[in-house]
Design a protein around this ligand. Structure first.
Ligand code: GLA
Length: 339
């Protein structure tokens, strides 16, 4: 009997070791941690996006400071999310923070986490239940999407006025991803603010995409431009910097001049900053800088307290943003300790 138990323990140990080795999990602050340290997973839908790399970095920093380990996992689709969760279980994680590739995976993600006794916090994209409602039992930290969208709209309107553009000559290219609530709220906010300020509803044109992707935004915008060749000046909004950048590049490719295009992104990530650093104006006017620090750091801290002390996180936390452009970005980034 004793022999069997030892054998099982050895086999179990070897399996755990083998699975951890080939699973691709990347422990942000592992190595110096003692055994028994709390491990927290951080699964993201687009690991190549600068926004998610920033979140990971701030999560790691908080883990290193407070003495827990953050394990990075990639979740570009449902299958990858499922193997990431399995991996985390093998590594002994007691919970994870996730920005899922599809918010409708919510119930499946929660069910799988429960089988391993893991807690779940959603970041950026709120997981939803079968009727599209926020998934019960999963705390969420995301942006005040509608307000941030309104800030984009207000900035676009100010630029339109400053350039003396008339509504007859100007139109809005809204790159929309309406299946994702936080994306829809952002573009709805921008459209509402512009229409409230005086842009006729008939000057709002949507270029729909089905995921947050520069390439898709580029194609959708190219199609939109073909449908509306008479527009002289374009305003652009979209769910984040990559999407707005895709639209700006499509306009450039169609021969529109930088002075005839005003795009305002969201995130203030590397995509936006690199563009603002380029000499001369481009159609990418600015962005709303969000706090990747808060998203990465606060979510893992909430998870840590939940695991360690049983303190349940607040169910819904929203963060705000500030407009950055060529004139102020260096100052704002410095103030926020971003770069
Ligand atoms: C979504 C977007 C990201 C970023 C976050 C902010 O997940 O895909 O680029 O804007 O929201 O919460």
């Amino acid at each position: 009997m004793r022999m069997m138990a030892i054998l099982a323990a050895v086999v179990g140990g070897v399996m755990a070791w083998a699975m951890a080795g080939c699973g691709g999990g990347d422990a942000g602050s592992a190595g110096t941690q003692a055994a028994g340290t709390v491990k927290i997973g951080f699964i993201v839908k687009q690991p190549e996006e600068p926004w998610f790399q920033r979140e990971w970095r701030f999560a790691d920093e908080t883990g290193a400071k407070q003495g827990f380990t953050v394990i990075h996992e990639q979740g570009q689709d449902g299958e990858k999310v499922s193997s990431a969760i399995q991996n985390l279980a093998t590594e002994g994680a007691k919970g994870f923070v996730i920005c899922a590739p599809d918010v409708k995976l919510g119930p499946a993600i929660l069910a799988q986490a429960k089988t391993y006794g893991m807690k779940v916090i959603a970041v950026d994209d709120q997981l939803v239940g079968p009727k599209g409602e926020p998934l019960a039992g999963v705390p969420y930290l995301g942006i005040e999407a509608k307000k941030i969208g309104e800030l984009v709209g207000k900035t676009l309107w100010e630029q339109m006025q400053a350039r003396g553009w008339t509504a007859a000559d100007t139109a809005l290219c809204a790159v929309t991803y309406e299946e994702l609530p936080t994306a829809k709220d952002r573009t709805d906010g921008a459209i509402d603010a512009l229409v409230a300020a005086g842009l006729p509803q008939g000057r709002v044109f949507k270029a729909p995409i089905s995921r947050s992707d520069q390439e898709q935004a580029n194609t959708a915008t190219t199609n939109l431009l073909t449908q509306h060749p008479g527009v002289k000046h374009w305003l652009i909004c979209g769910m984040n910097d990559s999407v707005v950048m895709g639209a700006v590049r499509a306009m450039e490719a169609k021969g529109l001049k930088a002075g005839d295009v005003v795009g305002v992104g969201i995130n203030g990530d590397k995509v936006a900053i690199d563009e603002l650093k380029r000499p001369g104006e481009t159609g990418f006017f600015g962005s709303v800088l969000l706090s990747a620090r808060q998203h990465g750091s606060d979510t893992v801290e909430m998870m840590y307290k939940w695991i360690k002390e049983g303190t349940e996180p607040k169910m819904d936390t929203r963060t705000s943003g500030v407009v950055i452009n060529r004139a102020n970005y260096q100052q704002v980034l410095k103030e926020q300790g971003v770069e």
